[in-house]
Design a protein around this ligand. Structure first.
Ligand SMILES: Nc1nc2c(c(=O)[nH]1)N[C@H]1C(S)=C(S)[C@@H](COP(=O)(O)OP(=O)(O)OC[C@H]3O[C@@H](n4cnc5c(=O)[nH]c(N)nc54)[C@H](O)[C@@H]3O)O[C@H]1N2
Ligand SMILES: Nc1nc2c(c(=O)[nH]1)N[C@H]1C(S)=C(S)[C@@H](COP(=O)(O)OP(=O)(O)OC[C@H]3O[C@@H](n4cnc5c(=O)[nH]c(N)nc54)[C@H](O)[C@@H]3O)O[C@H]1N2
Ligand SMILES: [Mo]
Length: 662
């Protein structure tokens, strides 16, 4: 019962979709059962491609239909004919079951997830430098104990408000905060030194800082000799990065570069934290390596109150990247191409190791391949709103629309669900039990607190319901049972959960895997040493030119969450819509005033939104939040070669005033 036929062409159907207007029923919708919370999905829905109409079907009908579509795709294209796209917001149990569904029940290698958009550059750098990726190898509260905290591309005052109090306490203690961001953000307002680089140049700044630390004799040679390899090459590579060259590359004055280096050189404890501003670049993983080199050269990594960490974003950003929804990974942060790992995990799953697929495509590469001759023709999505959040989104949406079968599990009709063939309504966090692993590597338990609406099922039930139709591999659905299985599958891996139980988490108020603080005496490489890599500054994949003279960067605002699928539906939250943040000099040049509409274009697309004219942004840079459809029609899909992170944080753009007809 393969779903074929012409598809209603675009997302624009969404714009007339009733939810934001408060009206409820386009035909089919009332049957869909948006009772209670009227924007909540409570029945499986199937869309007729010819008419665009949705109809409610039973769970059995929906799951049978999806299973039939998967069988058809795999009959035509082999096991890799079906793809799975997961999310870093899923619990550990769901992430684990999803990876198992793909590899053991469907036999497809084509699985990846939105964490690829999030922490993959830091993860790849952490693995290369330390042999292990754990966002923070120490508790977040250690931030308060440092002397200089360097935040590279983090706006935590808006994106992690509870963490901002650590900044305040640090400063009360006399510690200093450095914020590196092309915009002077609310986080930068709490900084002792706020540097505003050209987007995509953090790597050059790190090289320049290290150059000055060497010149000042501030490098900890004993630490480097005892605990690292590669220093000689790194030292040589920073030699040409004198401050005036850094100024020309980054737009930060040579005096400020010297001020930063002097602060670091003169402080007993230095902590460097990166976030998406530094990482979401085609040079993101090298940029992280360059800042890790700074922390290592100062002898800080593994010392209390110092070191390097990545401020992980999503609810389960850490756990979501440990249990097998990454294209190259098996549970426990094991590599899927490691024969020992394959044998171990296959044993837990009761399948032949030979039957497990190899590594698949990374998130963007997977989306690009959809519907092409050698790509999947069906896809299951759990926990991502791809239409809004993927780079070069017009192109990605076309790929999604070219599928024979798109299935989205969500609790709201997201923009991605709105173009699916089948939408499966799932329970949300307070309605189910599960574990998450926070940015410190602490596994926490969330207990079910409220009864889900009838009609919604947990992702674990959906996964098991598909597995039973498509294979003989057993899938547990009780979260505690899934967690115990995940523990067995992860045993012996880098992220080993085998000693963690729900009881322990309850008793201890959360359990760190691998211990509370890592790297105190050794790193996770076989020789116990950290690796230093001599990385080169390459700059953004797309540089400004005569046609597109500005840098566009994207990110978040306090009142919205991610693709906005949830927050844009919460009426208590202000939703003023998207905006284009620009400097008064640019506003003057194109002739717009604050609040007037501007049009912004890149080589990939155009959007319009009101101008927000501020003096806090670099005059050569504009900023658009990505919570609404539009920003990602502009962004560049250039990928980091190591992490496959897309370059969300910089591309070349052109602005113009929107002429209102009259
Ligand atoms: N309110 C809110 N909070 C959130 C989220 C949300 O959507 N809304 N999402 C969560 C998730 S998943 C994540 S990943 C985190 C992200 O948390 P952050 O990384 O703090 O958030 P962003 O706004 O993406 O980017 C941070 C800053 O990077 C700056 N930036 C842009 N380009 C560059 C550059 O080239 N170099 C440098 N140094 N900085 C640059 C931007 O101006 C921005 O202020 O937030 C989490 N918390
Ligand atoms: N331009 C630009 N684009 C970006 C970024 C940027 O800074 N700039 N940041 C990137 C980053 S860091 C991230 S993390 C992504 C995030 O973007 P997305 O991958 O789109 O993630 P969310 O918006 O969290 O989408 C989650 C969707 O899953 C649903 N959902 C939530 N929990 C569950 C669950 O348990 N089960 C199921 N089945 N569904 C669930 C929600 O309702 C929502 O529709 O965006 C990326 N895109
Ligand atoms: Mo994220």
């Amino acid at each position: 019962m393969r779903l074929t036929g012409r598809r209603t062409p675009e997302v624009s159907a969404w714009e007339e979709f009733p939810v934001n207007q408060g009206a409820l029923c386009r035909k089919g919708w009332s049957a869909a059962g948006l009772y209670g919370s009227r924007e909540r999905l409570t029945s499986p829905l199937v869309r007729d491609r010819a008419t665009g109409e949705w109809s409610a079907v039973s769970w059995d009908e929906a799951l049978d239909m999806v299973a039939a579509g998967i069988r058809a795709a795999q009959a035509e294209r082999g096991p890799d004919g079906v793809a799975v796209f997961g999310g870093g917001g899923l619990t550990n149990e769901k992430a684990y079951s999803l990876g198992k569904l793909a590899r053991a029940a469907l036999g497809t290698s084509q699985i990846d997830y939105n964490g690829r958009w999030c922490m993959s550059s830091a993860a790849s750098a952490g693995i290369r430098a330390f042999g292990l990726d754990r966002g923070l190898p120490f508790p977040l509260a250690d931030v308060e104990e440092t002397d200089v905290l360097v935040l590279v591309g983090s706006n935590l005052a808006e994106t992690m408000p509870p963490a901002a109090r650590h900044l305040d306490r640090l400063r009360e203690r006399g510690g200093r905060v450095v914020v590196i961001d092309p915009r002077r953000t609310p986080t930068a307002d709490r900084a002792d030194l706020a540097l505003q680089p050209v987007p995509g140049t953090d790597l050059a700044l790190a090289l320049g800082v290290l150059h000055l630390l060497v010149a000042a004799g501030a490098v900890d040679e004993d630490y480097l000799a005892d605990r690292t390899t590669g220093w000689a090459d790194v030292k040589e590579s920073v030699a040409p990065w004198w401050p005036e060259r850094v100024e020309r590359t980054t737009g930060i004055s040579a005096a400020e570069v010297r001020e930063l280096a002097a602060m670091l050189a003169g402080s007993p404890r230095v902590m460097v934290l990166t976030a998406r501003g530094a990482e979401q670049h085609s040079t993101g993983s090298d940029t992280v390596l360059a800042w890790i080199n700074v922390a290592l050269a100062l002898g800080m990594v593994g010392t209390r109150g110092g070191g390097y960490g990545c401020l992980t974003g999503q609810g389960n950003g850490q756990g979501g990247r440990e249990h097998g929804q990454k294209a190259d990974q098996l549970p426990g942060y094991r590599r899927i191409d490691d024969p020992v790992a394959r044998a171990h995990v296959a044993g837990v799953w009761g399948v032949d190791p030979e039957s497990l697929p190899g590594p698949g495509r990374s998130a963007y590469e997977l989306l690009e391949a959809l519907g092409t001759d050698d790509g999947p023709s069906a896809m299951l999505v759990f926990g991502s709103n791809i239409v809004v959040s993927a780079p070069n989104a017009t192109h990605v949406t076309q790929r999604l629309e070219s599928l024979d079968l798109l299935v989205v599990c969500d609790f709201v009709m997201s923009e991605t669900a709105a173009i699916a063939d089948v939408v499966l309504p799932v329970t949300q966090w307070a309605e189910e039990t599960g574990t998450m692993t926070n940015l410190e590597g602490r596994v926490v338990l969330r207990q079910k607190a409220i009864t889900p609406p009838s009609g919604a099922r947990s992702d674990l039930d959906v996964i098991a319901g598909l597995a039973v139709r498509l294979s003989s591999v057993p899938f547990a659905t009780a979260p505690e049972e899934v967690f115990a299985e995940l523990g067995r599958a992860s045993a012996g891996g880098p992220a080993d959960y085998s000693s963690i139980t729900y009881d322990r988490i309850r008793d201890e108020g959360g359990v760190f895997w691998g211990g509370e603080r890592l790297f105190g005496s050794s790193f996770a490489h076989p020789d116990g040493r950290a690796r230093m890599y001599a990385v080169e500054h390459r700059g953004a994949a797309e540089q400004p030119c005569a046609d597109y003279p500005l840098h566009l960067t994207t990110g978040r605002v306090l009142a919205q969450y991610q693709s906005g699928a949830q927050t844009r539906r919460v009426r208590a939250l202000p939703d003023d819509g998207p905006f284009v943040e620009l400097h008064p000099l640019v506003a003057g040049r194109i002739g717009v005033a604050h609040g007037e509409p501007v049009s912004i274009s890149t080589r990939r697309g155009t959007m319009s939104a009101p101008a927000r004219v501020v003096t806090t942004i670099r005059p050569d840079t504009v900023f658009v939040p990505f919570h609404w459809v539009g920003a990602n029609r502009l962004t560049n899909d250039a990928l980091d070669p190591a992490s496959k992170m897309p370059e969300f944080k910089v591309c070349a753009a052109r602005l113009s005033a929107v002429v209102v007809a009259g």
